[in-house]
Design a protein. Structure first.
Length: 118
């Protein structure tokens, strides 16, 4: 899937996604990543526990887009409550949909972070 945005060269917009690879700023990532307007970093996770949500929350996004690969995932209520208490919204979707959604929100200059399972 090839994605285009007018400001893609000046941001961390996702240029393309295919299962197993995400391209940002002409760099292809083959491992799970966290991406925001200012950060691209590895997303080290075994499961979505509190510690891993702390890794996401340290960037202080208004919204987290969680890309779960090709399989839908439901978060437990404790994780949702923790995010809500910090004023952080979360949307869970496939990684392909998360990439598209992230780019739209990025183009709107929203304070968004995507955690993407490649």
């Amino acid at each position: 899937m090839h994605l285009e945005l007018e400001n893609a060269k000046n941001s961390n917009a996702i240029q393309s996604y295919q299962e197993g690879a995400i391209k940002i700023r002409d760099i292809t990532y083959e491992n799970d990543i966290i991406v925001s307007p200012s950060v691209v970093e590895p997303w080290v996770k075994a499961d979505l526990n509190e510690l891993e949500f702390d890794q996401l929350c340290k960037h202080k996004p208004d919204l987290i887009i969680l890309g779960t690969g090709t399989t839908p995932l439901f978060l437990n209520q404790n994780n949702l409550l923790k995010l809500q208490q910090q004023g952080i919204g979360i949307e869970v979707m496939t990684t392909a949909a998360a990439c598209r959604t992230f780019n739209v929100l990025l183009s709107e200059e929203r304070n968004v972070l995507a955690a993407l399972k490649v």
